[in-house]
Design a protein around this ligand. Structure first.
Ligand code: PEP
Length: 273
């Protein structure tokens, strides 16, 4: 169980933990990637609503493919599950064939958008500078960006994790005001842990999360940095969620594979409370 000041204010023992711990609410998000038809999405969402309707301690987000957003939106509208998108254009509209604008996402009550996922950095060659433009466009539409960063295995083995992640943070979040930064989520996703079954240890993840927060403090001051939620992503499962989520600078998870199954995504959430 994590400790939040509002929940535990009269307990001296727990107050001590409050001082040491964070008061940021966990955000646990599913990234369904290019999976699920509309019918499959509705089936999954129905199970999630059933399993998770009583959860208040964690913010829950699902990010279906664009094609299912409309139907899924109707199912989650009066629930505790929020809707995210997996990408969007840096442009607000016009002659950009195949792209999706922020205002189009807002029609489906999309609250968050995942930007700069390593798969898009790799397959669509998305750069930090493009990601920062998208983040600014998202904020202009009041959609919160979840900006992904993370090193490859080669980079980790070469001992340049902090250099890589620091530079991605500075580049991908360039131009954000401090107010926008507070409303932005960062997802640390070591590329070698995504979809591989290899999770960073809680210590490895915590080290990078603390480093990310120190870079955010350099850019915006520590009070802003302390507001920002930093998610961990990379083979998060029911079995490892609790240990990861109990780290002082880990404020949630971005879950790929395990979010496609109602039981495992629900267990990740319930095990994190
Ligand atoms: C992801 O794609 O963001 C991810 C973390 O995937 P997985 O949970 O499958 O490793």
């Amino acid at each position: 169980m994590r400790f939040f000041p509002i929940d535990r204010e009269n307990n001296v023992l727990n107050l001590k933990k409050v001082v040491m711990k964070k008061d940021r609410k966990l955000l646990i998000a599913g990234n369904w990637k290019m999976n699920k038809t509309v019918a499959e999405s509705l089936d999954l969402v129905q199970q999630l609503v059933r399993e998770l309707h009583q959860v208040k301690e964690v913010d829950i987000l699902i990010s279906p493919p664009f094609t299912a957003l409309g139907e899924v939106s109707k199912k989650v509208i009066e629930t505790n599950i929020r809707l995210g998108a997996q990408n969007m254009s840096e442009h607000t509209g016009g002659a950009y064939t195949g792209e999706i604008a922020a205002e189009m996402l807002k029609e489906f009550l999309v609250r968050y958008v995942i930007l700069g996922h390593s798969e898009r950095r790799q397959h669509q060659e998305e750069s930090d500078s493009l990601i920062s433009k998208k983040a600014l466009t998202a904020h202009a539409a009041s959609i919160r960006p979840i900006v992904c960063v993370g090193e490859t295995l080669e980079q980790r083995e070469a001992g340049v994790t902090n250099d890589v992640v620091g530079s991605q943070i500075k580049g991908s979040l360039a131009g954000l005001t401090s107010e926008q930064m507070e409303e932005t989520v960062v997802a640390y996703e070591p590329v070698w842990a995504i979809g591989t079954g290899k999770t960073a240890t809680a210590e490895q993840a915590q080290q990078v999360h603390a480093f990310i927060r120190s870079v955010l403090a350099e850019l915006h001051g520590s009070s802003v940095a302390n507001q920002v939620r930093i998610q961990y992503g990379g083979s998060v499962k029911p079995a490892n969620a609790r240990e990861l989520m109990s780290q002082p600078d880990i404020d949630g998870a971005l879950v790929g594979g395990a979010s496609l199954d109602a039981k495992s995504f629900s267990e990740i959430i319930l095990n994190s409370i």
